[in-house]
Write a protein that binds this ligand. Structure first.
Ligand SMILES: NC(=O)c1ccc[n+]([C@@H]2O[C@H](COP(=O)([O-])OP(=O)(O)OC[C@H]3O[C@@H](n4cnc5c(N)ncnc54)[C@H](O)[C@@H]3O)[C@@H](O)[C@H]2O)c1
Length: 446
């Protein structure tokens, strides 16, 4: 069988992306409104989807001499932007025009162009408990007799949305919850569902949304660093319901750069003595992260990457004594325009020290929105792909996360370029194309 024939057969197994894709978002603040307003602006030809791999990325197929490099969205069957429908929940009332104006990410003129569209979307009342996000006090909140009742109310909202759309995905863009560690209630689906009825304090609101989505067979992604779907109980539910899940905490600013620089030092066998990262941030996310318990969740997510990339156990002379510090400071004047500084102390030949300073003046939600879009489109693709839908964790989506999820016993990949290769090879694999190994000897053979 020729390669195009094999490719055709593989691709034919994937269900087409026809009809409306419903995107359900718990937490409709800065990231969610920037995503939704951005999609509408792109649909109307008012702006370009910059930063989105699904919309602007290409993929090389076959040998370098073949000249086959389609756009990813022309290669795999993804939902079209015109077919996306949005809904979600928040603990503050009002419509998305109000929420986007409050977030102050997009400028007034840009929002004015799509005002009626944004006004037409009103978040549903959220499931919230201040124990898990200390700095917020919601006004549009569901009440119920226990966590099971609340989770079932979310399922009812989902069921209603299902009548208006053909397929759905859910992506948490809500605030960062307090740091939770895995306990017995997270270990099996049975224990978790018992915990819902018994109001177990180790079950957070974000877990209720995740459980409700998976129970409805809907893929779930987590844009925040909370312990949510990354517990054995929900992994079990994901596989049982053929509802894909993936990592957590969008890899947008400082960690994005960190996972580019750290592999560069390692590949050149340069040592790293210290890495000090600090941020100032003035949006609501910054305010929530000002609470030590929410910051702890973020800190764990941000700290994890260097150890795994640099492998100090393999290279003790280079990385064993690395001092890694991460700070986030709430500084209202900057709003969503975060400034992230890194001071990196490295050392080279014969141990001579050097320094590298990075000052990233970024825009948080401008970096996060395209990642959220890609995740929704790729999770929907995974749910339509026979070889992906039943496996639970979609490790190939690690590219998007500070804390990627991976199979038990397998360390996650943090290097951005390994993650990119993994993502593109997965797309080639599901479409029956040859994987690209970069060996290249065949160009020089007989
Ligand atoms: N923007 C980035 O670059 C970036 C990167 C990585 C992770 N994140 C994470 O993404 C999340 C969203 O960021 P943001 O800047 O949009 O924050 P935001 O504060 O503007 O929006 C979060 C929204 O979630 C709502 N919310 C909180 N708990 C809720 C609940 N239980 N149910 C429903 N709604 C709830 C809040 O009311 C708020 O409107 C945060 O957790 C943040 O840490 C953002």
């Amino acid at each position: 069988m020729s390669i195009p024939e094999a490719a055709g057969q593989e691709a034919a197994k994937i269900k087409p992306a026809t009809g409306k894709l419903g995107i359900m978002i718990p937490g409709m603040g800065a990231v969610a409104t920037t995503l939704i307003a951005g999609v509408e602006a792109v649909r109307r030809g008012l702006a370009k989807p910059i930063g989105s791999t699904t919309q602007m990325g290409t993929i090389r197929l076959g040998k370098r001499t073949e000249g086959r490099t389609p756009l990813i969205k022309d290669f795999v069957p993804l939902a079209q932007l015109d077919d996306l429908v949005f809904t979600g929940w928040d603990i503050f009332g009002g419509n998305l025009y109000d929420a986007a104006s409050h977030a102050q990410v997009l400028d007034r003129d840009q929002l004015a162009q799509i005002k009626p569209f944004l006004e037409s979307i009103e978040p549903l009342p959220g499931v919230f408990n201040q124990h898990y996000v200390k700095r917020l006090n919601g006004t549009s909140v569901k009440s119920g007799k226990n966590k099971c009742d609340l989770a079932n109310q979310i399922r009812n909202d989902i069921a209603e949305f299902k009548t208006k759309t053909d397929r759905q995905v859910m992506i948490w863009c809500g605030s960062t919850e307090i740091f939770l560690e895995q306990t017995a209630v997270h270990q099996t689906l049975e224990a978790f569902e018992k915990g819902l009825v018994e109001d177990d304090p180790n079950i957070s609101p974000s877990m209720l949304y995740a459980w409700a989505a998976l129970k409805e067979g809907i893929p779930f992604a987590n844009g925040a660093p909370n312990l949510t779907v990354d517990i054995p109980a929900l992994n079990e539910l994901s596989r049982k319901m053929n509802a894909p899940i993936c990592g957590k905490d969008f890899k947008t600013g400082q960690t994005f750069i960190k996972t580019v620089l750290a592999p560069a030092f390692k590949t050149r066998m340069l040592g790293v003595a210290g890495w000090y990262s600090t941020n100032i941030l003035g949006n609501r996310d910054g305010e929530v992260l000002d609470d030590p318990e929410s910051f702890k969740t973020k800190e764990e997510s941000k700290l994890g990457v260097l150890d795994i990339i640099l492998q100090p156990e393999l290279y003790p002379e280079l990385y064993k004594d690395l001092y890694h510090k991460v700070r986030i400071n709430y500084y209202p004047p900057r709003g969503d325009n975060k400034e992230g500084w890194d001071n990196i102390d490295i050392f080279g030949w014969l141990g001579y020290p050097m320094q590298l300073k990075v000052d990233f003046l970024c825009r948080d939600s401008i970096l996060a929105a395209p990642l959220a879009l890609d995740l929704c489109l790729f999770l929907d693709l995974a749910a339509r792909t026979p070889s992906l839908r039943g496996i639970g964790i979609q490790e190939w989506l690690s590219f998007y996360f500070k804390a990627p999820d991976s199979a038990p016993g397998v360390y996650p990949e943090h290097d951005l370029f390994i993650q990119s290769i993994k993502l593109k090879n997965t797309l080639r694999h599901i479409m029956g194309e040859d994987l690209i190994t970069h060996l290249g000897l065949d160009y020089y053979g007989e």
